[in-house]
Design a protein around this ligand. Structure first.
Ligand code: HEM
Length: 293
């Protein structure tokens, strides 16, 4: 089986930089993609390719599509597609800054960085609301089986499909909720992370309980908090063998199935939403055969 990009499965380090790029000028596109293959250091850089870039190469990646837009009762789930997504992982802010700058320089003028967001771990894996994020995440072999394609053919095996959404928290609204309202919004207790069995149907873990769907909708979440100035939230990242499990969950959160939106929307909203294909590795480089590179 093709090897996955290591950063998808390994622990991510304390800090991150999330960069998205648009395709600005396709004159030297092949050359830029050749540099990308080498720049994508397999240990601490994860690269995702958007549908517009695949189309620009006259190629097709079976299973890749654009992010769907949804509207729920009083909120929107936007679709903001990009050509390229890069997740730089590390433990040193300065190092991440310089790696990001080098990457943007190497990819210019073909690609233009549209957004660069600083990510970090908080209180040993908690979201900025204080809740532990990732408890029900599949780990080890199960995580790999959920997140990485296998048996899909030589060029796709080892690759993955990732959904990325930047959520902005309204901390004032969240702080205005009582402790039990907060706990019931998530469906777990902040104090000890215990699941609340009789939580309302709108509780986040009820809307997303992976085994309740038919077929079960398992995803490999690698989300991280982000901040900029006084703003912050969650950079939600979910890897899968297709986008179907993520989409099933998103539709459930919006309330398209039962008319009940996820209580999370009371205090946090997504401002971006994009799908990418994360190619496999060949040796220590990205395998971009499917793009003809
Ligand atoms: C700001 C946005 C979000 C926050 C703060 C958040 C936070 C959390 C927390 C605290 C948990 C409970 C612990 C755990 O099992 O990880 C959880 C569970 C989960 N979340 Fe989210 N989440 C967010 C967005 C999403 C989105 C967009 C999806 C998918 C569309 C999602 C899917 C899941 C799943 C699958 C679980 C585990 C459910 C289970 O099987 O028990 N989350 N989330």
């Amino acid at each position: 089986m093709g090897k996955p990009q290591q950063g998808i499965l390994q622990p991510a380090g304390k800090l991150a930089r999330f960069m998205v790029f648009t395709l600005r000028d396709d004159k030297f596109l092949r050359r830029a993609l050749v540099s990308l293959k080498e720049l994508a250091d397999q240990r601490n850089t994860v690269v995702g390719i958007g549908q517009s870039l695949v189309l620009a190469m006259g190629a097709k990646v079976v299973g890749l599509r654009t992010f769907p837009e949804y509207a729920g009762k009083g909120f929107d789930v936007p679709s903001t597609s990009y050509a390229l997504w890069v997740w730089l992982q590390g433990d040193d802010e300065g190092d991440l800054l310089h790696r990001g700058r080098r990457l943007a320089d190497e990819l210019a003028p073909t690609f233009q960085c549209a957004r660069s967001v600083h990510g970090f771990t908080h209180a040993e894996g908690r979201d900025l609301t204080g809740y532990v994020d990732g408890t029900e995440n599949p780990t080890g072999e199960k995580g790999r089986a959920v997140g990485i394609l296998d048996g899909a053919g030589e060029t796709l095996d080892g690759s993955s499909f990732v959904a990325v959404q930047q959520w902005v928290h309204d901390f004032d609204r969240f702080d205005d909720l009582s402790q039990s309202e907060q706990d019931n919004s998530i469906g777990r207790k902040k104090s000890n992370n215990e699941e609340i069995d009789d939580a309302p149907a709108s509780a986040h873990v009820k809307k997303t309980a992976q085994e309740q769907f038919s077929p079960p909708a398992f995803i490999l979440r690698r989300s991280m908090p982000w901040s900029e100035g006084d703003e912050g939230g969650l950079m939600f990242i979910a890897f899968g063998r297709s986008f179907d499990a993520f989409d099933t969950q998103m539709r459930s959160m919006v309330g398209l199935d039962d008319g009940i939106p996820d209580a999370l929307f009371r205090f946090t909203r997504p401002i971006t939403g994009a799908y990418f294909w994360c190619p496999p590795m060949m040796g220590d480089r990205l395998d971009l055969q499917l793009l003809g590179i």
